[in-house]
Each structure stands twice: as structure tokens, then as C-alpha cells.
Design a protein around this ligand. Structure first.
Ligand code: PLP
Length: 484
């Protein structure tokens, strides 16, 4: 058993880092075999980090779908409150988090940083593996960080309710909870296949007062258009977005629309994750060589990675930032960098992004939250500028990694989060191969308690790998909007 005096010796060998000020906690309380690094609630960040201030070149403009001219704040006003539109275009590096939001964050923040020592032993790796666990939020994932913020700004501007889409159900659950915190209506279009496969996700959203409709539905023009071509459509995130956007756009300001990822302000809200992790790594006395996160629309990866990118750009650190996407939906590793719609029907503004084409038909992959044809503009720009690394991992490897992790650490991860685990395990095995003691940090962005049908299918041997066919990508590219 290690004593406090030993711990102080360990502490004195630890690298002295950038002035965050938690060294005294390490010196006073930490044992060298500790596995959990907590922060007091006073350490919940007071500002979000806006990477737009540090981008080597500005983001490409968002274009109006009709005129192809850059959109201004007024064009976005039918869908979003001005408070969020201003964040979307802001170039300020730090944006204050209102006290009312921090009060709600106290329900689950700061989230724990864990050292996965049992996983290290199971892999027999010299790597030190840490994970930030966002699954402790009441909704079970990182999504509540932005749902709370988005709902707050809408409430401030007198909006009655929010419309949204949800795939796996994590985002819909988070928004339903946030709307109930602020006493607002919540209208959720849930991708039909998830609606049928995950009745308890629907029930939890309804418990918080949300109305939940399977998409495509006959309640919108967009839904009817899809159903007239394919009455049995199992839906997609792109279609559900079209429906939710239409309801908000036609509501005369009563409802606005909320998106769970992709947009700049959403990524920014998630930076509380990485800011806390910076402080916690300091308590642990280590600094990550690599930071890993799964990428669907890009928000949880951005949340953990961007504060470390800031350290790279502003303070000379050299952490590798590694996003993990599914091999079945490889928007960054196999898509093209082009202007495309954010939804399936072509109602949203045009965003320059790595895309598989808005007509992309998602393959039957169990990580529903990673089945999006595009990617956040910020992640695309950073990838295009070689400031990030990206890897595509097949489904079977992600489930195998999730089971290894569950057996070692006791947490059953969401299938989306399992991509981060698989990426971290690859890194840990590479460290073993190289005989190096690398420090790996990954974002465990959600638990999988509502995703057990996916594990059931995996354990029954019913899942397989799926590589998205190049011919399908080529076909979807033909439908990209032509920008003059
Ligand atoms: C648990 C979980 N992780 C990750 C994602 C992917 O989204 P993002 O890349 O925005 O974090 C989702 C999306 O639904 C999710 O539910």
C-alpha cells in the first residue's frame, strides 16, 4: 500500500505544467495507484473555448441553399435564437457560460477522469490509459452539455419549444431533459428503425414530457415526400432533420430547431469536457500523448480534443488528436470536401464538409449516432489542415473492444462510444509493440444501457462488418449541389 509520503515523491517527479492550480490536490491527497481523478464543483469551467479564434484560416462560409450566397445571422433566425447564432459566428476565444447553465451542469459535472488500470493490465500494455466518463450525466451521454445550453438561450428569447431529430435516442433524451428543466415543449422526430428497436428510449423522452414521432412521418411535407416513394422507409438522421426543421420553420417563431452536433456552437458547448480533463490530467500528474474520440457529427471528439488543440497551438504542446469513425460511414476518411446539405431533402443551408453525399443511405450499423453523411465544419477544416488524425474502424472490432473494456472496467459503453474505446485500444497495443509508455486519453461519451439489443445481436453472432461500397459513394457524389 502506498503512503502519502510516497505519493508526494511521485508528485514531485510529475511534469510541472501550465498553471491550472490543482497540484496541491495531487500533493495532499493522491496515491500513486489511484484510478479516479475528481474535481470540485467550483472547477466547472466558467467559459467555453471557441476554436474559431485559433483556426489558421477561417471556416468556409455557410451558403444559402437557393442563392448560394453566404448566409447572415438573419437567414438563420427562423431556426435558431440570436444568442446561439452569435456564438456560431463568434471569433472570441472564450465565451462566458451563464451561471444558470453552470447551476444545471452541477447535476453531473465535473465528470470523472478515470485511469483504466485494469484495462491496461488486460492488454498487457505499458501505455497509461485514461478516460473521461460523460455517461454519468442524467441523460447518459455528453449530449446534455449542449442541450442545456441551447435550451437556455431559446428560453431567454421567449421560444415556446424546440424541435429536433434523434437517431439512437441519446440526443432526443438529452433535449427532452433540458426542455423539462426550462419548462419548454420538446418535439422529437426519431428515426423509425430506432423508434421500433428502442421503445425505452421513446419512453424516457416521453417521461420528460417530449412528444416523439417516428420518422419519416405523415406530419410533415418532407416525411410525406419520402413515404410516397418508400412507404416502408426505416428513416435516416437526414430525413428526421428535414422533418424537425420544417416544423420549426413553419411555426412562425413559436418553435425553433435544435441540433445535437455538427454546428460550431454545439462543438463549443462540449469543450467543458476537455477543459476539465486538462485539470484532471494535471492532478494525475500526466499529459496525454494522444487524445481519442468517436466522431459522428464531431461534437464529443471536439469537446475533449479542442482544449488540447489550444494547448498545441498556443502553448507548444504536441498531443495527437485522433478521431474514430465507423468504417461503414467513413465521411472523413473516404468522403470529399465539398458543399452539401445537412439534411436528406435539401432544406438546410449548404455547408462545406467532408461528405458521403446527402443522399447517403446509412448501412445497418448499430452505432446510430455515427450514421451521418457529413461532419462538423470545424472538424473538417482541422482535418483538411492536418491538425487532426482520423481512423475508420469496423463494427466488429468496436464491439469486441467494448466487451474487453466492460469486462475490465465494468462499464457497458454506447456503441458510438465503443469506437473511442477501439481507437484507444489500438493506440495501447501500438505502444506495447513499440515498447513505449504512452499516455492515452479517450472520451467515453455515453453508456449503452439503452443499447443492449445491439450487444444482444453481437453476442448472438448476428453482426458483421460493412465497408461502404465505393460505387455508392460515387453515386451520392453525383447529387452534390453544384456551387458556381
Ligand atoms: C453516445 C454518443 N456518442 C457519440 C455520438 C456522435 O455524435 P458526436 O460526434 O456529435 O459526438 C452520439 C450521437 O448520437 C452519441 O449518442
Amino acid at each position: 500500500m502506498q503512503t502519502r509520503a510516497d505519493a508526494a515523491v511521485v508528485a514531485s517527479r510529475a511534469p510541472v505544467s501550465h498553471n491550472i492550480g490543482f497540484i496541491h490536490i495531487r500533493e495532499k491527497y493522491l496515491m500513486s495507484d489511484d484510478i479516479r481523478f475528481d474535481l470540485p464543483q467550483s472547477a466547472i469551467p466558467e467559459q467555453w473555448y471557441n476554436v474559431q479564434a485559433d483556426l489558421p484560416r477561417p471556416l468556409p462560409p455557410v451558403l444559402h441553399p437557393g442563392t448560394h450566397q453566404p448566409v447572415g445571422p438573419d437567414d438563420l433566425a427562423p431556426l435558431f435564437p440570436m444568442g446561439l447564432i452569435m456564438q456560431e459566428v463568434s471569433r472570441d476565444r472564450w465565451i462566458e457560460i451563464p451561471e444558470e447553465i453552470r447551476e444545471i451542469y452541477k447535476l453531473w459535472r465535473p465528470t470523472p477522469l478515470m485511469r483504466a488500470r485494469r484495462l491496461e493490465r488486460a492488454l498487457d500494455t505499458p501505455a497509461h490509459i485514461y478516460y473521461k466518463y460523460e455517461g454519468v450525466s442524467p441523460s447518459g451521454s455528453h449530449k446534455l452539455n449542449t442541450a442545456t445550453a441551447q435550451t437556455y438561450y431559446n428560453k431567454q428569447e421567449g421560444v415556446s419549444g424546440l424541435t429536433t431529430e434523434t437517431g439512437a435516442g441519446q440526443w432526443g433524451t438529452a433535449l427532452a431533459q433540458a426542455c423539462s428543466f426550462f419548462d419548454m415543449e420538446c418535439i422529437v422526430y426519431m428515426v423509425r428503425i430506432s423508434y421500433e428497436q428502442k421503445p425505452y428510449r421513446r419512453a424516457i423522452m416521453q417521461s420528460f414530457g417530449a412528444s416523439v414521432t417516428a420518422s419519416p412521418s405523415d406530419t410533415t411535407d418532407a416525411g410525406n415526400a419520402i413515404l410516397s416513394q418508400d412507404p416502408d422507409s426505416s428513416g435516416s438522421l437526414g430525413i428526421a432533420i428535414s422533418e424537425a426543421v420544417e416544423v420549426a420553420a413553419k411555426s412562425g417563431g413559436k418553435y425553433k430547431y435544435a441540433l445535437g452536433s455538427v454546428l460550431n456552437h454545439v462543438l463549443m458547448h462540449q469543450t467543458v469536457i476537455g477543459q476539465e480533463a486538462l485539470q484532471q490530467m494535471e492532478i494525475a500528474g500526466e499529459y496525454p500523448d494522444v487524445v481519442v474520440g468517436p466522431t459522428g457529427g464531431g461534437s464529443n471528439f471536439a469537446g475533449i480534443a479542442l482544449p488540447f488543440l489550444h494547448q498545441n497551438l498556443a502553448h507548444g504542446k504536441r498531443t495527437r488528436l485522433l478521431g474514430v469513425e465507423p468504417a461503414a460511414c467513413p465521411s472523413l476518411t473516404r468522403g470529399v470536401y465539398a458543399y452539401d446539405f445537412g439534411d436528406a431533402v435539401g432544406m438546410t443551408p449548404l455547408v462545406k464538409m467532408y461528405t458521403l453525399g446527402h443522399g447517403f443511405v446509412p448501412p445497418p450499423l448499430h452505432a446510430g449516432g455515427l450514421r451521418y453523411h457529413g461532419m462538423a465544419s470545424i472538424i473538417c477544416e482541422l482535418w483538411d489542415q492536418n491538425l487532426l488524425d482520423m481512423v475508420a474502424i469496423p463494427q466488429m472490432e468496436t464491439f469486441s473492444a467494448a466487451i474487453t473494456f466492460a469486462k475490465a472496467e465494468g462499464i457497458v459503453a454506447a456503441p458510438e462510444a465503443a469506437h473511442g474505446i477501439a481507437g484507444a485500444i489500438r493506440e495501447a497495443l501500438a505502444a506495447k509493440e513499440a515498447g513505449q509508455e504512452r499516455v492515452i486519453l479517450f472520451n467515453l461519451c455515453g453508456h449503452g444501457h439503452f443499447d443492449m439489443s445491439a450487444y444482444d445481436a453481437y453476442l448472438a453472432g448476428e453482426l458483421s462488418n460493412y465497408e461502404y461500397p465505393q460505387a455508392e459513394i460515387d453515386r451520392a457524389m453525383e447529387a452534390l449541389p453544384q456551387i458556381g
